[in-house]
Design a protein around this ligand. Sequence first.
Ligand SMILES: C[S@@+](CC[C@H](N)C(=O)[O-])C[C@H]1O[C@@H](n2cnc3c(N)ncnc32)[C@H](O)[C@@H]1O
Length: 239
Amino acid sequence: MNHIEKYKKYFTKEYLMGPNSFRLLDELIRRSPEDTNYKRTLDLGCGFALTSLFIANETSAENVYAFDLWVTASENYARIKANHLEDTIIPIHGDAMDMPFAQGYFDAIISVDSYHYFGCKKGVFAEKILPFVKKEGYVMIAIPGLKEEPTGELKELFTTWAEGDDAELFRTAGWWETLLKEECGDRCDITVKEAECFDVAWQEWFESGHEYGIRDKEFLEKGLDKILNFVLIYVKKRK
Ligand SMILES: C[S@@+](CC[C@H](N)C(=O)[O-])C[C@H]1O[C@@H](n2cnc3c(N)ncnc32)[C@H](O)[C@@H]1O
């Protein structure tokens, strides 16, 4: 069984919160620019902590801090215990804008399908996220985004799908690269890529039967698939 198939029982409407985050996370880890130290990892915006289970099982992580705003620590702790990972994964409820950790605490910070909810504003990365990773550690982010800015009918379709303000959360790889380079200056090395798992991650979301997945399928089939992508961001904090 390959390592993603092991998590298949979670590819359902009860657990998935969007395009299959196991696919995104697996690719984010696989395409990291160099061997990463995961010993103490923060899973930022972990949702139901499924991504935390994957990090705990599939990387060298000894501790994974499962940190989320919408899902309580108790709910995630129950799932962590059911997977016998309570000595490895620490569930925490909180807001990324006010994290309770020591500076330089994490070897790696990973964030899947979450960072765009709070990270689009200038200053967030440099002030609220970067301080918590060690020097030479990585912040690795996978988020839905845009291949290019939509125009004409595709722009209308996109705006209807994203329902107004949410459209602001979807940005191109170039937009993210510019924002992070402006924020970090010469403190970091930044690599931004487009993910390759687009079709399979969306297909598994559609197949979950989630009501949002059913709506998303309609929009992607009308042409939204031409402008959406997933953006992978790697920020290494320099010495
Ligand atoms: C679409 S879910 C993805 C969850 C999980 N990473 C996954 O891929 O299955 C987005 C998550 O971002 C989290 N989030 C949004 N804003 C946040 C914030 N300010 N601080 C912490 N988490 C936040 C939400 O709580 C939510 O669980």
